[in-house]
Write a new protein. Structure first.
Length: 288
């Protein structure tokens, strides 16, 4: 039953992704003659040249890329991606031409297409899947370079397709709008993927660590860890209180920290992902 529910949720997410991507392409990108990104961008170029449906050509172009990346990605991710690729592509071709078309300001079309693409691709990645094509290449690059975010990898790869598509269309403005669209898409992609599990990491150097931990618990309900440190210049032993929290909770923690110890040295840094009690649980692969 649990496996069935997971598969059902995967399919529902794929359907939602297909609807969002269909709107992005057929309602905004194609009417405005925007060069799009990735394999879908290449498929869109062929659509302009020969009128081949975007979804169908996306599947055709995906086949050699999928075969090359199979070993690195693993069987489960590979099969999930094939499922998502087929569902989203079919939804795009069946639903896309029936959607209303936007003929307004190009900048608004670029903004709408970028947001829809970002959310559409992100919700597929969140289910430990992808829509194939450049996604396979992106995940392979990230496998060997885990320090790079998916959005950053996508932006670097897709700019080449955008420029090529823009030159084919013969419209410099379209290239500019395409880059704006791509930047927004990759920003939204990273925000949806990493923002959901992101937080703040607060490090407090204090002479009153136990009281500090109690104050943090009272202010935010978050636990904290007391680490032993040593001053690099003085050589004196120092207590460091470490606490992971949400961005909203961080403000209460910072305020209470200085109420407990006015001389406390507080360091707050971004945490791209937090795994554990109160955050995403270990073993949860809903976000790639």
């Amino acid at each position: 039953m649990k496996k069935f529910n997971r598969i059902l949720m995967d399919v529902l997410f794929d359907l939602a992704s297909g609807i969002l991507l269909a709107a992005a392409f057929y309602s905004f990108a194609i009417p405005a003659d925007f060069p799009m990104t990735g394999v879908s961008g290449l498929a869109l170029i062929l659509y302009y040249l020969a009128g081949i449906p975007v979804g169908t050509m996306t599947i055709v172009l995906n086949i050699p890329i999928a075969l090359c990346c199979y070993r690195t990605l693993g069987k489960r991710f590979y099969l999930n991606s094939l499922k998502s690729m087929v569902i989203t592509s079919l939804i795009m071709d069946l639903l896309g031409p029936r959607l209303p078309v936007y003929h307004g300001e190009p900048i608004l079309a670029a903004l709408c297409a970028g947001v829809l693409c970002g959310v559409g691709f992100a919700i597929v990645f969140m289910r430990n899947s992808s829509t194939g094509g450049f996604d396979f290449i992106m995940m392979t690059i990230r496998y060997y370079h885990p320090n790079l975010s998916l959005g950053r990898i996508a932006f670097m790869m897709d700019v080449v397709v955008i420029v090529f598509g823009g030159l084919l269309i013969g419209n410099v403005d379209a290239v500019i709008y395409g880059i704006i669209l791509n930047y927004l898409y990759t920003t939204v992609l990273d925000h949806v993927l990493y923002g959901t599990n992101a937080g703040k990491l607060t490090m407090i150097i204090t002479d009153r660590p136990v009281e500090m931990v109690q104050a943090i618990d009272a202010a935010s309900g978050r636990g904290a860890t007391i680490l032993k440190g040593q001053g690099g210049y003085s050589g004196e032993e120092k207590d460091v209180v470490l606490c992971a929290s949400s961005k909203k909770e961080m403000y209460d923690i910072r305020k209470r920290a200085h109420e407990v110890d006015e001389k406390a040295f507080v360091i707050i840094v971004e945490s791209n992902e937090v795994i554990g009690e109160g955050f995403r649980l270990p073993g949860d692969t809903s976000v790639v």
